[in-house]
Design a protein around this ligand. Structure first.
Ligand code: HEC
Length: 250
């Protein structure tokens, strides 16, 4: 509820009913299911070394925590951190109105307070499922998000001053991209670190969920083939031990 009120209202006045409305129970459940499906790995074991399966990924990991300085802001278990202004607001897409729109494009207003607004350092797991990137979705691919850190916009930002600037070669950008891609392996058809199953698709109801956990009765998650799942295998509560039917009250 705080996320809806605080982070995604239409305006920062946050007036209930105008800037946001409270979600229904059904909408909240759907939001939760979506978020659980993109946050990976499913077992919450964020040991980055355990994801590495190629020399490029390993080189990317070492750059990330070393010379590339990413780890100075993206740290802790999920590679998240405090807040910084990394210059996203100064990207051309945010400063130049699109050349052609129908109806004509509105003028882009003055940059927000000189582009000084800081954003939380987001976690970097599951990125394959969460394109496009940055708070304004201004960058389409993971490669370009990594390459952003060598741009003039980043290197003129307060965040760059904090780490003393970042320079990377095209090969290093590719290695860091490989490292970050390796942190989303669910859906590649191989049971990797942290996964219970991986059938190579994003469907549910086929035994393996889109977040690579096994669909079982009794774990509290209602899978498509189940009528209910109250998190136990007993018949005495509201759901039959088989999860195939609700148990009437008697
Ligand atoms: C000065 C701190 C800082 C450094 C250094 C830094 N980041 Fe970030 N990173 C951030 C912040 C803050 C954001 C959110 C920016 C925004 O959305 O405006 C971010 C966002 C990202 C995103 C987008 C994630 C998403 O879900 O949208 C990626 C990918 C990323 N960083 C990778 C890297 C890599 C790779 C490096 C090293 C080359 C790096 N970062 C270095 C602070 C930093």
């Amino acid at each position: 509820m705080n996320a809806i009120v605080q982070h995604s209202p239409r305006t920062l006045n946050r007036v209930s009913g105008v800037d946001f409305r409270f979600p229904t129970e059904h909408e909240l459940d759907a939001l939760e299911a979506f978020m659980l499906s993109v946050v990976l790995p499913p077992d919450q074991n964020f040991d980055v070394q355990a994801f590495m399966t190629s020399p490029a990924q390993q080189r990317g990991l070492e750059l990330f925590f070393g010379r590339a300085k990413c780890g100075e802001c993206h740290n802790g278990p999920v590679l998240a951190g405090g807040s910084f202004n990394t210059g996203i607001v100064n990207l051309p897409v945010n400063t130049t109105p699109p050349s052609a729109c129908d109806p004509p494009c509105p003028a882009i207003g003055p940059l927000e307070a000189g582009g000084q607004r800081e954003f939380n350092v987001p976690p970097l797991f599951g990125l394959k499922n969460t394109t496009p990137f940055f708070h304004d979705n201004s960058v389409a691919t993971l490669h370009d998000a990594v390459a952003f850190y060598t741009s003039a916009q980043f290197n003129a930002s307060p965040g760059a001053t904090f780490v003393g600037g970042i320079e990377l070669s095209p090969a290093e950008i590719n290695d860091i991209t490989a490292f970050l891609e390796a942190l989303t392996t669910c859906g590649n058809g191989v049971v990797d670190h942290g996964e219970q199953c991986d059938d190579g698709n994003a469907a549910s109801g086929d035994g393996c969920r889109p977040n690579c956990t096994i669909e079982v009765c009794g774990d509290g998650v209602v899978d498509p083939q189940e009528a209910c799942d109250d998190g136990n295998a007993s018949d005495s509560s509201g759901c039959e031990g088989s999860c195939l039917s609700l148990r009437p009250n008697r």
